[in-house]
Design a protein around this ligand. Sequence first.
Ligand code: AMP
Length: 661
Amino acid sequence: MGSDGKGASSSSVAIGIDLGTTYSCVAVWRHDRVEIIANDQGNRITPSYVAFTDTHRMIGDAAKNQIAANPTNTVFDSKRLIGRKFSDPHVQNDIKLWPFQVTTNDDDIPRIVVEHKCEKKSFTAEEISSMILVKMREIAEQFLGTQVKDAVITVPAYFNDSQRQATKDAGRIAGLNVLSILNEPSAAAIAYGLDTNHVHGNRTIFVFDFGGGTLDLTLLTIDKKGNITVKIHGGDTHLGGEDFDAAMVEFFATEFQRKKKIDDLRDNKRAICRLKVACERAKRILSSTTDASIELDSLHKGHDFYTSITRAKFEEISKNLFARCMELVHKFFADANQKKSSVDEVVLVGGSTRILKLEQLLKEFFDGKDLCKKCINADEAVAYGAAIHAAKLSGAADKKIQDLKLWEVTPLSLGVQIEGDLMQVTIPRNTRVPTKKKYVFTTTIDYQKNLCFPIYEGERLMARDNNLLGSFVLEIPPTRRREKPRINVCFEIDSNGILHVSAEEKATGSIKKVSVESNKGRLSREEVERMVKDAEKYKAEDKEHKKKAEARNNVANLAYSMRNFVEHEGIGSEISAQDKERINNAVDYALKWLDESDSATLDEINEKGKYLSSVFNSVNLKLNRGGSHGSSSSSKSHKIDVDTAASVISVLCSLLELFLQ
Ligand code: AMP
């Protein structure tokens, strides 16, 4: 599968990460098979959410679960921002829908502004994505019991160079060695291709990958030898399940206003967040039943919102989105000059392919053909394929995997701006990668001192309508008339889909090589380095927070166990009233202190544990001396439930041990 990024590090456990718009998934190749790794909540997919509070940072389920209470500091959709400029019209549209704030400096890089630990902080999309990557890496490390450094990260096939570079930067900020940036549909194809039951000779596969934020369309072939050859990519990086959620939110916000006749709910960020969560849930329910209800107490200005939606209504309000999806499919086959009848298998990938209407429309488009949605899990296929790719690149896989070969193509044309603001295409889209193309350029005026090469990607005729990747200037000796110098320029796209450009001016015998400068809108090397350091700082803070949370929990547990102990029907009667009062006072004091000391240090928390232990210990010793501790009291006339007493004492003893060292 090509010669990808840096080689695997010595630890050699390499993971595959599907860094999704709404959910992410991590997998590893182990014991001759792929294992999808569940997170600490037992979920095989993790929300791509990061939340900031006065005391700490949360990533994944914890962040998503608290969004309604903390909408402005809960960040999601970083994939919709990554590698894009603030001025990008897509970004401007999205900003209107997000509850968190996005601004920019004069570099046109979008920055997400949140309040963290009572201070205003701004983060780039690369940083937010890196936090999600750190979480996915930790999930894998917990599962494997070893450190993980190497990873394959997936991106939509339609991601441009800036979006790929930015995703790679996110990996670096997360401290990962990114072995490869892999296209999501190709990852799904690898997952599909590995299942040899499906390889019955050369087969043409159409992958319809519809996730939270992107629609990727890919046509590829798989042959018996394990060659997966991508023919054509298409789709839209800004169309996904979230657009369906947004359409439903809009519909219900209008209904709410019509019914309640109060101020617009859209200005209430908390209400919009709660409605969005409810709409996404309703959308999922409608994939299996014909209606779904929404019940939100005190949604806005004290008004409850109880309503429902039928599948038919959902399909009606989403009809423009369905139309956009199908237009893209029609255009894809037309541009590819390919007959839909040439497709042997239609593979559905991504959570949004569960929307029944889409399935019906696709089935109609393919003249009633059965769609393959059961052979691979739509949510996990991408991470599954990424794990296989990672195992192959790190050399950890067996022959069956080593034999799989992936041949990719470029999703967008690449070119140079020439006179008249025209785009001269140097590498047309859907060219197989890695690829190298050489061109000879010359000067347009006499004694020209330098040549400027603005590099664009996209399909429009005018360069300005395409995406400017960057530019470089080549100094040349100003000694020759126009059109005399010969400058060889080499454009190279590596197997990650990332561009490298170099130029040589040979006339004077000297060879000068240059590379594309990072364009406005991309992070500089220094910024990435700074973010790497920040990420380590945040990781240390998270660790500290986790330790504190565990210590607080231990102290609270000890306090409640002590209270259970003295209130226990049998044991309690063995303790003097005075001791009971001492224990109860200590417990009340510790619980109140925990409640009021959010910013306490780890030492202060542990001190409180020690204090509780010492209070209990003196009483406990007296009990022991009196010879009536624990189950021995069961022989007395008191009705002690021996098992309960034993468990109260055992919990208590293990908690005491924590603080008595
Ligand atoms: P992915 O990026 O592949 O994890 O897809 C996430 C998107 O799939 C989100 O927009 C989800 O709301 C959507 N999704 C997940 N399950 C379903 C379902 N059962 N019906 C409709 N959409 C779903």
